[in-house]
Design a protein around this ligand. Structure first.
Ligand code: FE2
Length: 214
């Protein structure tokens, strides 16, 4: 049987470097927090370097049900991350994120979604495109404050599970903080729960969102 491809390209720019955005894609703990409207459970089954096998339970925009699935993600090269995601409905989704570094510590992200399937599903292509464009935009908007905040605090010397030195020591803010180029160094540090059989479960399904206090 000749298969057809349902595909979609989404593209947006962000005011932080490539490696901050890639870090965000590998931060599986934020799924049930930052994206609590969509994810109700996440569990890292295995990870090594930039390879990660992750169980996720999620609800896509417009759809009234949660579906769970297993996704494998890895870096094809330093500018391309690929994920294969098989969900309980039975579709195999390939997602590729291409990162292009721009001047002034900015980045262009182009994401390609693709499902190869039976030709009968061609009639659902408009729905596929609408669903995944909504998904891309909704999760992008939720991720943006977290990425920008990470970049901002990194420049102030933030370290994972430590914080910012001058704040921890209750010193005055230095005139100028030196920082090295941000480097994505997988696997990223996490608490043990996301790797436990229980995984990370969303703490609430409704919340008042107050954002970051800058
Ligand atoms: Fe995210």
């Amino acid at each position: 049987m000749k298969k057809i491809a349902l595909s979609l390209k989404c593209e947006r720019e962000m005011d932080c470097p490539r490696d901050v955005i890639i870090w965000n894609y590998y931060d599986h703990e934020h799924l049930t927090g930052t994206h609590y409207k969509y994810y109700n459970k996440a569990r890292v089954l295995a990870e090594k370097n930039d390879w990660a096998l992750v169980y996720r339970s999620k609800k896509m925009p417009f759809l009234p049900f949660f579906s769970s699935g297993i996704g494998f993600q890895y870096m094809v090269n330093e500018n391309v991350m690929r994920t294969y995601h098989k969900d309980s409905v039975g579709f195999l989704l390939q997602m590729e994120a291409h990162f292009k570094e721009l001047p002034n510590d900015r980045c262009l992200v182009t994401v390609y979604y693709k499902i190869e399937t039976h030709p009968i599903f061609k009639i659902f292509e408009p729905l596929f495109k609408r669903l995944f464009r909504s998904w891309f935009d909704a999760t992008w908007d939720e991720d943006a404050p977290m990425r920008l905040r990470r970049w901002k605090t990194y420049k102030l010397g933030f370290k994972d599970f430590y914080g910012i030195d001058y704040i921890n020591k209750k010193l005055t803010k230095p005139e100028k903080t030196e920082y090295e180029q941000y480097k994505f160094d997988p696997p990223i540090k996490s608490l043990p729960k996301i790797k436990s059989p229980e995984g990370e479960v969303r703490p609430f399904s409704k919340s008042a969102e107050i954002g970051y206090n800058d």
